[in-house]
Each structure stands twice: as C-alpha cells, then as structure tokens.
Design a protein around this ligand. Structure first.
Ligand code: PGA
Length: 244
C-alpha cells in the first residue's frame, strides 16, 4: 500500500476553488487501488474540504507545539483533530526557511502530534543543497532524525526524504534519480529501525509528477506539491501506483 499526500501549500486563493479541486481529486482517484490518499489544504479550507472528501484522508500542513492558550495565530492538535485531521506535515523546509523553525521546534511539534494520536509526516532533508554528495546527505539526515526524535516515543510515523534542492520551486536544476531516492529511502528505513519505531512509512517528496513518479516506487509513498494542484496529474499518478 502506497501513500499519496497532496501538499497544496498556500493554494488556491478561494474556498470555492479549494472545494472544487478536492471534488475533482476525489472523482479522479476513485476506482484506483493500492494506495491511500491524504489532502493537506491550507487551514482556512480544512472544514469545507472535509465535507466533500469520501475516500481521501485529511491532513494539515503544520501545527502548534502548544496545547492551548495565548499563542496568536497558531493552531493546536486538538483543534485539528476536531476538524477531522489525521495527518500533519511537520518540519517542511519552507517552514524552516520562511518562519525559521529549528530542529528543536520541529521536535516539539512532533511530540505534540504523537501525544494527540495524529500521524506526523516528518520531512527530513531541509537545508541540503544541490552540490551535497551522498555522504553529506546521509550525515544531515541522521543528525536531523536524531535531534528531532530524541526522547520521543513514536508509535506511528511517515518520514519523507525531501531534500530542499529537489522541490520544484527551488529551481536548483537537480532532480534525484531512481538509485539516489532508493538509497536514501533505505538509509532512512535503517534509521527508523534503530529508533525502534514500530509503524513507519518512508516517503519521497520533490518535483514528483506523472512523468517521473515511476522512478520513485522504492518509496512507500509520495509527498506531492505543485502537481497536487492538478487533479488530472494526480489521476495519472494513481493509475501508475495502482499498476505496481
Ligand atoms: P513539489 O513540492 O512537488 O512542488 O516539489 C513538494 C513539497 O514541497 O512538499
């Protein structure tokens, strides 16, 4: 069973478009098997998107490490659960870049996420650059994993290998090939094993589209940004996943 996670980021611009997009995605994915899908809309659309989802799960793109109280602008795990959210993206490199999240902050969010029985979609690989070789990448992945998960009991987790340079909007000119993704996914699987986490799925994220998704089938799933805004593209991805 693969996992297909749609990260809409700060798109679209209206609630009406968000609902229409979710309906189109649901219609386009219907009939394909062998995967579970998660849609992560921006916070303001979570409620209305939920009302049209039939098969897909609901995810959020971030959450507060705090339970409740005077934290202006933040959204808590309890509030997300109340809206029907089951998955939360934690530590995305765009949050590290634009809101200066540290590994410690990400660890606190991870802790809050698991304490509330939400499934974290933890992103590893932020800050990597296109010129980093495999040895450097592995040492960064190991260090991030150790610092973020230190002292947290994790029952169930999705971890995404998502090097910053591979994200479509990074314009780095580099997209990893099949061998690279397979190697890093296996490396993360070993990290997970040594952390004694029972239920884990290791995903890949970065410039995935219908033309290249078959290269990344060594992963247990996919975190899809830009292409997830195009229901037809997701349909073509679902078709390929269901053939594997
Ligand atoms: P992308 O984004 O698919 O547009 O590269 C992936 C992500 O940032 O999660």
């Amino acid at each position: 069973m693969k996992h297909l996670i749609a990260n809409w980021k700060m798109n679209p611009s209206t609630e009406e478009e968000a609902v229409e997009m979710a309906e189109d995605i649901e219609g386009n994915l219907a009939g394909y098997t062998g995967f579970s899908s998660v849609i992560c809309p921006p916070f303001p659309y979570i409620h209305s998107v939920r009302s049209v989802l039939q098969n897909s799960n609901l995810g959020a793109q971030d959450m507060s490490p705090y339970k409740r109280g005077a934290y202006t602008g933040q959204v808590s795990a309890e509030q997300l659960k109340d809206l029907g959210v089951r998955y939360v993206i934690i530590g995305h490199s765009e949050r590290r870049k634009y809101t200066h999240e540290t590994l410690k902050d990400i660890g606190s969010k991870l802790r809050a996420c698991v304490e509330h029985n939400l499934v974290p979609v933890l992103c590893l690989g932020s800050g990597l650059t296109a010129s980093d070789d495999d040895a450097k990448i592995k040492s960064v992945l190991r260090a991030q994993m150790e610092e973020i998960t230190h002292g947290i009991y994790i029952d169930s987790i999705f971890i995404t290998y998502e090097p910053t340079w591979a994200i479509s909007t990074s314009n780095s000119g580099r997209i990893p090939d099949r061998e690279h993704v397979s190697e890093m996914v296996n490396f993360i699987r070993d990290l997970v094993d040594s952390n004694q986490i029972e239920n884990s799925s290791v995903l890949y994220g970065g410039s995935i589209n219908a033309n290249n998704i078959k290269e990344f089938m060594s992963a247990d799933g996919f975190l899809v940004g830009s292409a997830s805004l195009h229901p037809q593209e997701l349909k073509e991805m679902a078709a390929q996943i269901s053939q594997t």
